[in-house]
Design a protein around this ligand. Structure first.
Ligand SMILES: Nc1ncnc2c1ncn2[C@@H]1O[C@H](COP(=O)(O)OP(=O)(O)OP(=O)(O)O)[C@@H](O)[C@H]1O
Ligand SMILES: [Mg+2]
Length: 219
């Protein structure tokens, strides 16, 4: 379970402070696949970074499986994140000088998490058999995003945070990415938190939330 309680966040810039939210509460049950619809530029990436302990809210309690991560020291957070959390980003974020297979295996080296799938096995699941030795620049955007999906599921971690996972794809490929995420969710029973501004994408999750009047509400 992921539990956010009373989360506030204001960015202090040289000019005006930017307040994203105050007193935000959200509970996500174990094994759920939830989507939060949120306008662009409104704080989607920020809230995922908070769940992952990458940025700290001003006031907080963030718990994963009843473990309060909000006061973790940096090293402790890095360790915890590696063992528990995977990501899919809007802009793929593959490492350009590593092959497809190396990009996937790097996650396991860095996180020290257990392997869930053999590299070739997960590549087959995302329809990339035979492309394991290509470099990201030798792949289309839609293929790169499938590598990113494979990378997000290869390690045996419980949580997957997806930030606009279909952001750069056309509608038909975006829906196919959702098919893949859905199939891998059923297989792995990961808890998936997806944030998107796109209603059709959001509706592919099992639960749909929307930000309204500074609160996160179920649809
Ligand atoms: N480190 C920072 N310092 C100051 N302001 C920031 C910082 N990071 C983000 N912001 C501001 O906070 C707001 C939300 O940013 P965030 O990246 O969370 O939005 P988003 O919903 O993910 O946007 P997008 O849809 O473009 O990906 C923006 O107005 C942004 O300018
Ligand atoms: Mg963003």
């Amino acid at each position: 379970m992921i539990s956010l309680q009373g989360i506030s966040k204001t960015y202090h810039t040289k000019n005006d402070p930017v307040t994203l939210f105050t007193e935000l509460d959200w509970k996500i049950e174990k094994g759920d696949f939830v989507a939060l619809m949120w306008a662009s530029g409104a704080g989607k990436s920020s809230i995922l970074s908070m769940i992952a302990g990458i940025i700290k809210p001003d006031n907080w309690s963030i718990e994963l499986d009843n473990i309060d991560i909000t006061n973790f020291k940096t090293d402790q957070m890095i360790e915890f994140r590696g063992q528990n959390i995977a990501f899919i980003f809007q802009a793929f974020e593959l490492i350009p000088n590593l092959t497809v297979a190396e990009n996937i295996d790097l996650v396991l080296d860095i996180s020290h998490a257990n392997r869930r799938y053999n590299t070739l096995e997960i590549l087959k699941k995302v329809w990339l058999s035979g492309k394991e030795n290509r470099y990201p620049s030798e792949l289309s955007g839609w293929e790169q995003q499938r590598v990113a999906i494979a990378r997000a599921f290869v390690a045996d971690v419980k949580y997957l945070l997806a930030d606009e996972p279909t952001g750069n794809l056309d509608e038909s490929n975006a829906m196919k990415i959702m098919d893949l995420i859905d199939a891998l969710h059923k297989e792995t029973k990961n808890t998936i938190v997806m944030i998107t501004h796109d209603r059709d994408i959001a509706s592919r999750a099992n639960k749909l939330y929307r930000l309204h009047g500074g609160k996160i509400l179920t649809q």
